[in-house]
Ligand binder design. Structure first.
Ligand code: PLP
Length: 412
């Protein structure tokens, strides 16, 4: 069995299956470019995560799906039936979550650079917990709340920046002072201002209930040491918030655990992480009732496959190109934007003669390549290629760049 095989993508008797059916049959029915998501794999990912956290913690565990990873309604509905909560980052995501059946009080809203209109729209749904990203945001929220409003105070949590970030690329490290390429980190509230944030929010008519952090995205085993440090800092900060007189119902540790995009490096040890959180929580004796995590990639990425058709195979200066009928920037931007690696399989002839192939998209950009010199069964014109682990930050980041139509998607 190949390292990447799962219920979304596997080879059975020489035939490449996507969500249980031959890739070619999906393409004949719907066309390319096409995202196919496997319900079985999505559910397996959710249940595995739930089992690991439930076994390690003796408090309620909320698995809040970061829907920015993939907001396809059938996928959201599948996770809701499993008991997921939602991490939403825009009024549009809140609407999508509500239409997919998520109750208001299962939604945490973590916007960044929110406008008064954004907050008005979120505050119109009183069950939602609003996660504060900046002390300066509280004045905008207060205007949105309106003067003289009666009724129960809207619940808030504070997203703090614990000073440590971790992620697979500088663009997705979301905590610390600066990212690994020097970009100032825009997210969260610095340590010295966290208590001020609770104070200001309470004075503005909001009810503090949570503390939140999110370090970054796409963790592998190499990220474990920095993540451990950040868990310690979270417990310490929660203690300070409680001692300052603000009750905390939940601690939210964000998302970040990566799926397996490539054979190496080793995946992030999620079970070990859950046990670490359990131990830290017991040791800290904070009286916290719930722990939340916000996986996006971990749930959706390896449940999705992107299918593309080879228009022709081109040779130039010794390079071999499979020229496909979709582009990176407008279909699956991760390779172009982050230099991310995705395994590519020739779905038409999976066990054909192998050679290095560059999979080039149909956009006017040199960076529009899905894979560089990837070892794969050499394609012929008309073959179908499968880009694996494409279920997260693919279709959700798609655009009409070059006025190419946006890829279709299906869940089975
Ligand atoms: C606040 C927050 N939570 C969760 C996530 C999900 O991250 P991942 O998909 O790596 O699990 C993100 C990603 O940007 C985020 O910003």
């Amino acid at each position: 069995m190949n390292w990447w095989e799962n219920s979304a993508a596997r080879i059975v008797s020489g035939c490449f299956l996507v969500a249980g059916r031959p890739a070619e049959s999906w393409v004949r029915r719907i066309g390319t470019p096409l995202f196919v998501y496997s319900r079985d794999r999505l559910v397996e990912n959710y249940r595995r995560l739930r089992a690991l956290f439930d076994a390690a913690l003796d408090v309620e565990v909320r698995i809040a799906y970061a829907m920015k990873a993939n907001p396809f309604p059938p996928l959201l509905e599948t996770l809701r039936r499993e008991g997921a909560w939602i991490d939403a980052v825009s009024p549009g995501e809140v609407d999508r979550a509500r239409r997919s059946g998520y109750p208001e009080d299962c939604i945490l809203y973590t916007g960044t650079s929110g406008s008064e209109a954004d907050f008005r729209s979120v505050l119109a749904r009183p069950g939602i917990v609003l996660n504060i990203d900046a002390v300066e945001q509280i004045a905008v929220m207060r205007s949105a709340l309106g003067r003289g409003r009666r009724g129960t105070a809207p619940r808030i949590s504070v997203r703090w920046n614990p000073g440590i970030g971790s992620g697979f690329n500088p663009k997705v490290i979301t905590a610390g002072e600066r990212s690994s390429d020097g970009t100032p980190i825009k997210f969260g509230i610095e340590e010295s201002r966290v208590l001020d944030a609770y104070e200001a929010a309470a004075s503005a008519g909001f009810r503090p209930v949570g503390l939140h952090q999110h370090l970054g995205s796409g963790w592998t085993e190499d990220d474990y040491p920095s993540v451990v440090q950040a868990v310690d800092r979270m417990m310490d900060m929660a203690g300070q918030v409680l001692r300052a007189g603000f009750p905390l119902e939940f601690l939210d540790l964000g998302g970040g655990f990566g799926p397996r995009y490539a054979k190496a490096p080793k995946p992030f040890p999620v079970g070990r992480y859950a046990r670490l959180i359990g131990r830290s929580l017991r040791r800290a004796r904070l009286g916290i009732r719930s722990i939340a995590v916000e996986p996006g990639k971990y749930l959706a990425a390896d449940a999705g496959v992107l299918l593309l058709r080879v228009n022709y195979v081109k040779k130039s200066y010794g390079n071999l190109f499979a020229c496909v009928d979709g582009g990176t920037f407008n279909t699956l931007p991760r390779p172009a934007v982050y230099g991310a690696v995705h395994e590519v399989i020739n779905a038409t002839r999976p066990s054909g003669r192998r050679a290095p192939v560059t999979v080039a998209g149909n956009l006017c950009e040199t960076g529009d390549v899905f894979a560089k010199d990837a070892m794969m069964a050499v394609p012929e014109s008309g073959d179908v290629l499968a880009i694996l682990c494409a279920g997260a930050y693919g279709r959700s980041m798609a655009s009409e760049f070059n006025l190419r139509p946006i890829a279709r998607e299906t869940l089975a």
